[in-house]
Ligand binder design. Structure first.
Ligand code: ZN
Ligand code: ZN
Length: 233
């Protein structure tokens, strides 16, 4: 029998689909999960008890940054039997009833990577994964999927694509996935030199960042600061 489970709330851009995918695989359930304008939609072939248990598991173990406000389950006679469990294309019919996901600060794993000189993301400031990174501020449409974000124009390199397609990777289906090879460039300009965030330029970039800080302590600014301090005293 086929069941439909809908999950509403802040459930997009938080790693919900990969989470459901893994949970279905562990239970050998077949069907699909997709983002829609009302949140996340799941269809599975299961007995009533299996479907109810699956729904409860999802609600109890949802990703940390998700916030489920409502969930419904019902038999669905419109679809028959599935061979696998997949992450299906997003559904974008109707009007959105979604809680938008805010931007999420960098997680500890991503932070470790950008400080690890042996990691390919060393020094890459836009490192993200399914549990962290910008969400709301890069949205251009709904549901939350790469074509509806500012990441649309950045085509993933082969290595990023491999991460994105690998269910065992924490960047599986990470819509903001990118690296220094294929992602966003950051540039710091001074009157003399330009440095970018390329790995090879990182040392120069850091030196220039320090220089910029130093220059912000211009004697005039310093004097104003001192004056302010004195008037407070
Ligand atoms: Zn992360
Ligand atoms: Zn890449």
């Amino acid at each position: 029998m086929t069941w439909q489970i809908s999950i509403r709330g802040q459930v997009q851009g938080v790693g919900f689909r990969p989470f459901v995918w893994r949970a279905a695989l562990e239970r050998n359930l077949k069907g699909w999960v997709a983002n829609g304008l009302e949140g996340v939609l799941i269809k599975i072939n299961a007995t009533e008890q299996q479907a109810l248990d699956f729904q409860q598991y999802i609600l109890r173990n949802a990703p940390k940054t998700a916030c489920v406000t409502n969930s419904a389950i019902a038999p669905d006679d419109t679809e028959s039997f599935f061979d696998t469990f997949s992450i299906s294309d997003s559904h974008n019919e109707g009007l959105p009833v979604l809680h938008l996901t805010p931007d999420i600060s960098m997680c500890a794993d991503c932070r470790d990577e950008i400080h690890d000189t042996a990691n390919r993301r060393y020094g890459y400031p836009f490192t993200t994964c399914t549990v962290c990174g910008p969400r709301y501020s890069i949205l251009t449409g709904l549901p939350y999927d790469r074509p509806f974000t500012a990441m649309k124009t950045f085509e993933m390199c082969a290595v990023c694509r491999e991460e994105y397609d690998n269910p065992a990777n924490r960047r599986y289906f990470a819509q903001t996935n990118s690296c220094g090879e294929c992602g966003i460039r950051i540039a710091l300009f001074s009157t003399m030199i330009q440095a970018t965030s390329h790995h090879e330029d990182l040392t120069t970039f850091k030196k220039l960042s320090n220089l910029a800080r130093f220059q912000s302590c211009h004697p005039a600014a310093k004097a104003a600061g001192t004056a302010g301090h004195q008037s407070l005293a």
